[in-house]
Design a protein around this ligand. Structure first.
Ligand SMILES: CCCCCCC/C=C/C(=O)SCCNC(=O)CCNC(=O)[C@H](O)C(C)(C)COP(=O)(O)OP(=O)(O)OC[C@H]1O[C@@H](n2cnc3c(N)ncnc32)[C@H](O)[C@@H]1OP(=O)(O)O
Ligand code: FAD
Length: 607
């Protein structure tokens, strides 16, 4: 019935202050930004063009271009990926050749695979590209640099001479990412003034002299680092959205279990449903908190870079790359699991889940393929370990590797299931697992004469070690979050339950790592799973309140299954009748194609 809260009985069970939890979840961001960020994920996104100008353009160039971009007088596309190269940025083929006679760069696509391919906004709407191309001076290749290129007339929006642009076509399913005009672009000897090479990091003089960057060349990758840390925040939005829908629906849905006319069992009360759903609920909170930490770490990096302090740049790259990889994989897989948790109705468009999945899953690829990103983390871990011998003391997220020898001797002293509720017990186990996996890789790498060959041969193990390292970061940041002052009745306790669920779920899922590295015994692994089951019972009465704390409107969720009032069945039926197919009783084509078959005479009793 309209106006009735079918989930009121669930909300009355809450054992904590939901208003405070809402504030904890929102953190430093208000609900508008949460909504705006996700909706912008599929809109045309200046998310990269403007940051890239800020990162790579001189002050003078910023003064010229930023006001135009900020006021949408020009619409930019971050045009890096090509048909033949995306992950391997140093393999990009587009060229920008300096012509000293005219003080210009000539941009050209020398091969088909040099065609720019994928950049958002490029297909139909962008007027300018921040094009990444190989800088060529006097036939010498100075590598990939950024160039500002006008693509279309600001009068009639037609493409300019030498520019061939198109949209790359439909993408995965009918998902909202098809509202994004990812495009293709071929340059045919297009000339731009020299001052349209972004010259904050390195320059080309009027005489054609290349002035190399006096800062790490990787700063030219800065926009990707910036977006990767934002993507971690977006992962928490996407996953929490799916978890909200599937948790509410799991409390509404009843199936089996009726005795003597009693109501059937709420599917949220099945232990299998809890074992699938509650780790995702905990993961949404875990990702939110690690995204807060990563954002502050990134802001600290920016301040240091301003002071020419590059000391945390390698760690920032490893953390943004690794956490982008891990959190987008968890969110993408989690959204699909949430669809399955809703049974058949989860497959309806009106559930909101197919659309959410279709628009979210490319996050595992864009801004760095997730495996390629974990290999970057692995490179950083191996380098950190190789420097231990020279007395280099790791700090920050790799500090535990400074205690590698001690961690190699670690054995968990868990005796009872409840010992796994102690944060220090959990962190030690995760540190030992991560350290031993990385040290084992380093040990195996040392057997190879050519380190690069070894890295390739061991890359699958290295990805697992990088994963263990990143999961340790997320667990640690969840624990650190709860060391802060958090007011409100029962709020910290509930977050403690979620923190333990997150950690023990990972331990259970990756039990092979913990056993094969001899960090814990099978019995201790069994006790962790025992404790997990008990934790699910503790979170059960608070589940609806914990997803209410995301503070998402029905409009934002756009899901009949995830409605705040739980009034699912009437709305499912109502929504179905909005489908144009139901405008008529007899479907188009029936009389032409189906009816003749039905009318066909039987021959000797057979059609
Ligand atoms: C918020 C929602 C918005 C949604 C946006 C959706 C739109 C999507 C946009 C895009 O997808 S834009 C295109 C994104 N493309 C990529 O992410 C490409 C991924 N590839 C790379 O980043 C690089 O090619 C690479 C994989 C990092 C390799 O780079 P390179 O070959 O130059 O370096 P290596 O030889 O591997 O390493 C050398 C050295 O440099 C360090 N390093 C690498 N990258 C960085 C970095 N970004 N910052 C700092 N340092 C970096 C690396 O660790 C090595 O260090 P050492 O080992 O030498 O110490
Ligand atoms: C929706 C969407 C939007 C995008 N928007 C933009 C944009 O606005 N601007 C832009 O410039 N680009 C954009 N891209 C492109 C995107 O950045 C690239 O697709 C992404 O970086 C992955 O690169 P790739 O396609 O070359 O994958 P590949 O690297 O070709 O990946 C293919 C497989 O090879 C594996 N692989 C590759 N290298 C290695 C290695 N060294 N070791 C082990 N395995 C490896 C990968 O793990 C993967 O399994 C977008 C892509 C998508 C899907």
């Amino acid at each position: 019935m309209e106006g009735v809260d079918h989930l009121a009985h669930e909300r009355n069970k809450a054992q904590f202050d939901v208003a405070v939890m809402k504030a904890v979840w929102a953190g430093s961001r208000d609900a508008y930004e949460l909504f705006h960020r996700f909706s912008r994920l599929v809109a045309n996104d200046p998310e990269m063009f403007i940051p890239a100008i800020k990162a790579q353009a001189t002050e003078e160039q910023q003064k010229q271009w930023l006001p135009l971009a900020n006021k949408m007088k020009i619409i930019g596309s971050y045009t890096q990926t090509e048909l033949g190269h995306g992950s391997n940025v140093r393999g990009l083929e587009t060229t920008a050749t300096f012509d000293p006679k005219t003080d210009e760069f000539v941009l050209n696509s020398p091969t088909l695979t040099a065609t720019k391919w994928w950049p958002g906004g490029l297909g139909k709407i962008a007027t300018h590209a921040l094009a990444h191309a190989r800088l060529i001076i006097d036939d010498k290749d100075y590598g990939v640099h950024g160039f500002l290129v006008q693509l279309r007339s600001l009068d009639d929006h037609l493409t300019l001479p030498g520019i061939t642009i198109g949209d790359i076509g439909m993408k995965y399913g009918s998902g909202a990412y098809n509202t994004m005009d990812n495009g293709s672009l071929i340059f045919d000897h297009v000339r731009i003034p020299r001052n349209q090479m972004l010259m904050r990091l390195s320059q080309v003089t009027r005489e054609g002299k290349y002035v190399p960057s006096n800062v790490p060349r990787q700063l030219s990758y800065g926009t990707m680092v910036y977006v990767r840390q934002k993507i971690v925040f977006d992962a928490s939005i996407a996953l929490s959205r799916a978890v909200c829908i599937s948790t509410r629906y799991s409390a509404v849905r009843r199936q089996f279990g009726s005795h003597n006319g009693s109501p059937e069992t709420q599917v949220i009360d099945y232990k299998t449903q809890q074992a699938r759903l509650f780790p995702l609920l905990a993961s949404a909170y875990a990702i939110r908190f690690v995204s807060e930490w990563l954002n502050s770490f990134y802001k600290d990096l920016l301040q240091r870079l301003e002071a020419k302090d590059f000391s945390t740049l390698p760690e920032a790259h490893a953390c943004t790359a690794g956490l982008k990889s891990i959190t987008t994989s968890v969110a993408a897989d989690g959204i699909e699991e949430c669809r399955k948790l809703c049974g058949g109705h989860g497959y309806l468009t009106s559930s909101g889940l197919p659309e959410l999945s279709a628009v979210y899953i490319p996050a595992c690829t864009y801004e760095g393929d997730n495996v390629v990103m974990l290999l970057q983390v692995a490179r950083y871990l191996m380098k950190t370990i190789s420097q231990l011998k020279s007395g280099n003391k790791p700090v920050g997220t790799t500090a535990y590797l400074g205690r590698a020898e001690q961690l190699m001797q670690y054995h968990s002293d868990v005796l009872r299931a409840e010992d796994w509720l102690k944060p220090n017990v959990v962190v030690e186990a995760f540190e030992a697992r991560a350290a031993r996996m990385s040290m084992a890789c380093a040990q195996n790498l040392s057997k190879f004469n050519n380190p690069e060959d070894g890295f390739q041969e061991l890359s699958a193990d290295l990805v697992e070690a990088a994963t263990a390292h990143c999961q340790l970061i997320i667990v640690s940041k969840f624990i650190e979050k709860l060391q802060q002052d958090i007011p409100g009745k029962g709020v910290k306790e509930q977050l403690g339950v979620l923190r333990s669920i997150y950690a023990l779920f990972l331990l259970h899922k990756h039990i092979g790592d913990f056993l094969s590295t001899d960090c814990i015994t099978p019995k201790q692994g069994y006790l962790a799973n025992e404790q997990l089951r008990s934790l699910y019972s503790q979170v059960r009465p608070n589940a609806i309140a914990l997803v209410d704390a995301f503070n998402y409107t029905d409009h934002f969720l756009s899901s009949v299954l995830g409605r705040y009032d739980g009034n699912v069945y009437p709305k499912l039926y109502e929504e179905a009748w909005k489908d144009p197919l139901n405008d008529t009783s007899i479907p188009d084509g029936f009389h032409e194609y189906v009816q003749p078959m039905l009318k066909q005479p039987l021959h000797h009793g057979r059609l």
